[in-house]
Design a protein around this ligand. Sequence first.
Ligand code: MG
Length: 367
Amino acid sequence: MRIDKIEMYRVCNPIKRPYITAFGSQNAFNSIVVKLESDGIAGWGESCPGGGPFFSCYNDKSCFSIAKDFIIPKILHQEFEHPDELTALLEPLRGNEFAKAAFDVALWDIWSRKQGISFKKAIGSTQEKASIGYCFGVMKDFDELITGIDKMISIGYPRIKLKFCPGWECDMLDAVRKVYPDLTIHIDCNSAYTLDDIDMLKSLDKYNLAMIEQPLMHNDLIDHAKLQKMIDTPICLDESICSLQDARQAIEIGACKFINIKYARVGGITNSLKIHDLCGQTGTGCWLGGMGESSLGTTVVANLATLPNVNYPSDISPADKFYVENLGNPVLLTDQPGTYTMRDKPGLDVEPDFAVLAKYKQEEFFA
Ligand SMILES: [Mg+2]
């Protein structure tokens, strides 16, 4: 497949209420959306790095700029036999996984459409349904959080993830465990701590958490390995894993027992599949995370969440959780809260809602 045309959009899509984590509060999700075209067949990809260099060192503007100047010139008019060739083609461009991911997804989408197979089949997924958990950011108070958890588990979500940061820590867990002593819960620290916080981190063992996600710095595998030796609760790495090499090294030194795979953070589908396979080979748990994507991206995450080695409910936000208007069409709908079944049409079978795209796009580029 030869790439004949490329469209790229930078989008700032507002959300219904502020989303608060260890990185601060945000009122919108910032993304790039890419369309690749080959022989009249289009593939779409979305990558959602956020509006500032907080989760990673990238944002929507840096992705747009790097893609325009370096990624698109490599892809336009390029011939591909298989979408996994893109990773090697972009290898000389260091980092910039979020920018690469949008193009990688779009190429996998085109390829599976051309093969006449679903995206799920194209990536080798075997589980019938994706199991989905629910994630809560920092709330107004504990009562609001408990009311929210009540609602989500009563309608069927199998596990709850809680954002965890200074000011929203063990008192919050005490309040939740008092009501739900046995509920499957894990916390996500978003790199808010160091080994100086070891006493608090050790005290987390008493909460019987399924895992502690990214307690320490994004670039610190060594201290994560030290911490894992000092606590019983499994560590799950998110921000720290940007490549297959990161995953291999983290597993080798015992820095984690789970990996949260995010396709955008690792440069796309090909690398996600490699990390997933490595988890299976090494007995490391894995599940899928998201970055606040619209249904353009959550459809990708839901498909990846049906891969054979995924063994914990993934983070896929319900279509109506964040956005005032969803950028993806059709929106990804649950069969029932807590599970998704993928559609069995060729490719990802999702494209932008073009009216929503027109409303929230900040910048566009055509080649
Ligand atoms: Mg996380």
